[in-house]
Design a protein. Structure first.
Length: 111
């Protein structure tokens, strides 16, 4: 089992002070079996391999992390489930038309 990002279990953060949240003590939550997964990652550079894109990621999340490739706690991202959107920031992912297209396509594939 691997974490799927963020704090997913309320007990992991509910009674913790902010300093304690700096230590990664998240519960391991597996990907939902039998469910399709799409990971949408952005980088500030069009090319995810560009040095700035690799270091800065989307200005909040680094590329390797967004792709589930954490050194200590990797996420078992299915082959072909990662979509890269270049030239965007993390906040752009909230309402960008390219994100909508990717989510719509993922839902259509699942139907």
């Amino acid at each position: 089992m691997s974490p799927t990002g963020g704090y997913l279990v309320e007990e992991d953060w509910r009674s913790e002070d902010q300093a304690a949240l700096l230590h990664d003590a998240r519960s391991l939550v597996p990907l939902l079996p039998g469910c399709g997964h799409t990971f949408i990652a952005a980088t500030v550079t069009r090319d995810p391999a560009h040095p700035l894109g690799r270091i800065a990621g989307d200005l909040l999340v680094r590329t390797e992390s967004a792709w589930g490739r954490h050194r200590e706690r990797p996420v078992p991202v299915p082959e072909g489930a990662v979509v890269h959107l270049g030239g965007l920031t993390h906040l752009d992912l909230l309402d960008h038309p390219l994100v909508y297209e990717q989510v719509r396509a993922a839902v259509a594939r699942a139907l």
